[in-house]
Design a binder for this molecule. Structure first.
Ligand SMILES: [Zn+2]
Length: 404
C-alpha cells in the first residue's frame, strides 16, 4: 500500500500561491503582499518590463517549418522576438498608460500554421488569460506570391499588431460591437504605421463596418476630441455592457450622427493626409522600419506594394468565423453551472458560423459539445433519430436541474 500523502504545509506552497490564498482560518492566516512585492516575486520568475509595461510570457510555435508560408516568415528577415515584444508595447502604449494597462494577460502564444483566413486571436481553453494568435501560412504564402515578396514584412507586422490588440483590448464582457473591436485593432495597426495600400479613408457606409473603415472614423474622432479618444472608448468597455450610449457618454452624440460628420469632413478634406496623426499620439516609440533592425524598402513608396487581390472583406468574415469555430471546438458543458448560458453561447456561435445550418448538423454539434458530460441520460439522445433540435433542447433543459 502506498503511504498517505504528506500534509500540505505552507512550506510546500510556493510564495506566489500563498499570497493569493483565500483561506482565512487561524491555521491559514491571510498573507497580504503589496503590489510592489508581487511584482518583485514575478520579476524573479522572469517577467520583463519594457517602457514601463509588463510583457507577458511570449511563446512561438510553427506547426510546419517546411511549409511555404513558414519559409516566407523566416525569409522576411523579421526578428520575431522583437516584433512580438514591440507589438505588445505598441498596443499597450496606444491604449493604456503603464499604470492602467491590464495585467491579466499571462501569456501570448504566436502560432504559425496552415488554416483558412488570415489570422485570429483567442483565449486558451483552460484560461482566457493565456492568449493564442493563430497566423495562416497559406495566407502569407499567397501574399508573397502576389506581391513578389514586397509586401511580406509589412503584412506580417500589420497582422501581428492587429491581433495583439485583441489580446489586450476591453470588449464589454465579450458583448462589444464587433465592428468597433476590429476598428480599434486596425486603428492601432495604423498608429504603428503598418498601413496596407488598399486602405483608404472615407470608405464604408456605417460607422461600425469594422476594420480600417472604422479605424479611419476613429482617427477622425481623435482629431476632433484629442489623443485620448480611443483609449477612452476602450476604457469605457472595461466594466460596462455594450451599447451605443458609449458615444453619447464620451462625445454627446449618436455614432451614426458622428459618422455623418466624418463623411462630410472626408469629402471636404480629400487632400489632407492622416499620416500626420501617426506621429502625434500613441503608437510605437520606434518607427515601423526599425522594428526588425533592417531598413524597409517600402517606406514612402506605395507603388512598390502589390495590392492583395483577395478582397479585405473576405478576410474579415473569415476571422470572425475562425474564432467562432475555435470557440465551438472548445465549448463543453460538464453538467455544472448554467445550462442556459452554455446553450446561449452554443447557439450564438452557430449563428456566426452558419445561421442556415440544418437541424441535424446542430444536433450533432450539440451532442459533441456535451460529450464527456457525466449525466447518463445523454446516452439516450441520438443525433440521428427523429427528435427535432428544438425538442432536444427542451429535454436537455428539463434534465439540467442546476440551471440558474
Ligand atoms: Zn481582428
Amino acid at each position: 500500500m502506498s503511504q498517505p500523502p504528506p500534509p500540505r504545509t505552507s512550506s510546500t506552497i510556493p510564495p506566489i500561491l500563498q499570497q493569493t490564498s483565500r483561506l482565512d482560518s487561524p491555521e491559514n492566516p491571510k498573507i497580504t503582499m503589496s503590489e510592489e512585492e508581487i511584482e518583485v516575486v514575478q520579476q524573479g520568475k522572469g517577467v520583463i518590463y519594457k517602457a514601463g509595461y509588463r510583457i507577458p510570457l511570449i511563446r512561438l510555435r510553427f506547426n510546419d517549418l517546411c511549409s511555404d508560408g513558414s519559409e516566407v516568415v523566416f525569409n522576411s528577415g523579421l526578428n520575431l522576438h522583437d516584433v512580438l515584444v514591440d507589438a505588445v508595447v505598441g498596443v499597450l502604449t496606444a491604449l493604456y498608460t503603464p499604470e492602467n494597462a491590464p495585467k491579466n494577460v499571462r501569456s501570448v502564444t504566436f502560432i504559425v500554421r496552415s488554416m483558412d483566413g488570415v489570422a485570429y486571436t483567442t483565449g486558451m481553453e483552460i484560461d482566457d488569460d493565456h492568449k493564442e494568435i493563430h497566423f495562416s501560412t497559406d495566407y502569407i504564402a499567397g501574399v508573397h506570391q502576389r506581391s513578389h515578396g514586397k509586401q511580406d514584412r509589412q503584412e506580417i507586422l500589420g497582422v501581428i499588431r492587429h491581433e495583439m490588440v485583441h489580446c489586450f483590448q476591453y470588449n464589454a464582457f465579450g458583448g462589444a460591437n464587433g465592428g468597433l473591436i476590429e476598428g480599434i485593432a486596425d486603428w492601432v495597426r495604423f498608429k504603428g504605421g503598418f498601413i496596407p495600400p488598399h486602405w483608404h479613408r472615407g470608405e464604408g457606409d456605417e460607422w461600425d463596418n469594422g476594420y480600417e473603415k472604422t479605424a479611419y472614423f476613429l482617427l477622425w474622432l481623435e482629431r476632433q476630441y484629442g489623443p485620448e479618444t480611443v483609449p477612452r472608448i476602450n476604457g469605457w468597455m472595461k466594466n460596462r455592457r455594450y451599447s451605443d450610449k458609449l458615444f453619447i457618454d464620451l462625445f454627446g452624440e449618436e455614432p451614426c450622427e458622428l459618422f455623418k460628420k466624418y463623411k462630410k469632413w472626408c469629402e471636404e478634406n480629400q487632400d489632407e493626409e492622416d499620416s500626420a496623426v501617426i506621429c502625434g499620439a500613441g503608437g510605437d516609440e520606434s518607427s515601423p522600419e526599425e522594428v526588425s533592425g533592417e531598413p524597409s524598402s517600402q517606406n514612402g513608396d506605395d507603388h512598390s506594394y502589390v495590392e492583395v487581390s483577395r478582397p479585405h472583406e473576405d478576410s474579415s468574415v473569415s476571422e470572425v468565423k475562425l474564432v467562432a469555430r475555435d470557440r465551438l471546438c472548445k465549448l463543453t458543458y460538464d453538467g455544472t453551472g448554467s445550462f442556459k448560458r452554455f446553450l446561449n453561447s452554443f447557439e450564438g456561435l452557430i449563428e456566426v458560423l452558419d445561421s442556415k445550418m440544418s437541424d441535424k448538423e446542430r444536433k450533432l454539434l450539440l451532442v459533441t459539445a456535451l460529450r464527456g458530460n457525466p449525466l447518463s441520460w445523454l446516452d439516450n439522445i441520438d443525433p440521428e433519430d427523429e427528435l427535432e433540435y428544438s425538442e432536444m433542447k427542451v429535454i436537455l433543459e428539463a434534465n439540467t436541474a442546476v440551471d440558474s
